[in-house]
Design a protein around this ligand. Structure first.
Ligand SMILES: [Fe+2]
Length: 300
């Protein structure tokens, strides 16, 4: 077992720094860094990918409530319906702050399906970064991978909606892929009336080299992995009771994150992507609306 102790700070310094920064450009939150421990399940994969419990059911519910209502994810028109909120967050002097930005651009080099164009989302409300469960996840991610202070992290919380008609569809539209980051964490916050949606980690895009065989990430559990070294996948979900809708809600965070603001390729991640047919590449459909959007990266 490996322990990751969180940095400590004082309430007085928090208050002073919070007020000074509040006058600037960021959304501010006071917080007291928690202490948690992460356990590596398997020594073989511990440096590449591992799974750990991270939130209680109550904490996961608190985190979801702190997100408010999730906004639309237009790209999911082409796969399983999904709602999503995002936040760019940064740790300064032991405190987490949210940076105002409501989009990301995933380079098409990592996502031939829905990469290569600007995707705008609802930003997290202030309650999100104020939430102790959010901070617990962020400090765990930062500690596990020694993410430096002053380095933005992109956080997404999303709910996939599964019903009898779309059961068996791909939840991401991407198959086996890398997200284009160096490090990533995926936390399952809720599974309601679904089966499947199993995660897996592979050493290659074809899925021949199995790092973590397909498994069900339980509520409150996290998978952490080196996104610049291995690929991941989530399998299709089915509704347990076909007469009702099923949902799966997850938090995903990535470091580094600044390249998602610019759309540039992360020089540390050269994993690439499985190609999709040109007719399936969403960036070309967005290009047809370029007069409205005006931000297209890596398309032309
Ligand atoms: Fe992914």
């Amino acid at each position: 077992m490996t322990s990751f102790l969180m940095p400590q700070t004082t309430n007085s310094s928090l208050s002073t720094k919070r007020h000074s920064l509040q006058e600037k450009t960021m959304n501010i939150v006071a917080q007291r860094p928690p202490e948690i421990a992460l356990s590596n399940r398997n020594s073989f994969v511990k440096d590449i990918a591992f799974i750990t419990p991270i939130l209680t059911k109550h904490e996961a519910a608190e985190l979801m409530a702190a997100c408010g209502e999730l906004g639309p994810d237009p790209s999911s028109t082409y796969f399983t319906k999904r709602a999503k909120n995002i936040a760019y967050v940064i740790c300064l002097e032991g405190q987490w702050f949210q940076i105002r930005a409501d989009y990301f651009i995933q380079p098409q080099e990592y996502n031939d399906f829905s990469g290569g164009y600007k995707r705008s989302y609802r930003e997290m409300p202030k309650e999100f970064i104020d939430c102790s469960a959010t901070q617990k996840v962020l400090f765990a991610f930062k500690s596990a991978y020694q993410i430096p202070d002053k380095e933005p992290v992109l956080v997404q919380v999303q709910t996939s909606h599964i019903n009898a008609n779309n059961a068996g569809q791909c939840l991401t539209g991407q198959g086996i892929h890398s997200d284009g980051a160096d490090r990533a964490i995926l936390v399952c916050l809720d599974r309601n009336n679904i089966t499947g949606a199993n995660n897996a980690v592979y050493g290659d895009l074809a899925g021949h080299q199995v790092i973590l065989p397909a498994f069900q990430l339980e509520e409150g559990h996290a998978m952490l992995w080196h996104d610049d070294k291995v690929f991941h996948h989530v399998g299709p979900a089915q509704v347990a009771d076909p007469k009702a809708v099923g949902t799966r809600t997850v938090l995903i965070a990535h470091y580094p994150a600044t390249h998602y603001l610019s759309g540039r390729v992360n020089p540390n991640n050269r994993l690439g992507t499985n190609p999709v047919a040109t007719t399936q590449q969403l960036r070309w459909q967005v290009k047809g609306k370029a007069s409205q959007e005006k931000v297209l990266v890596g398309v032309d």
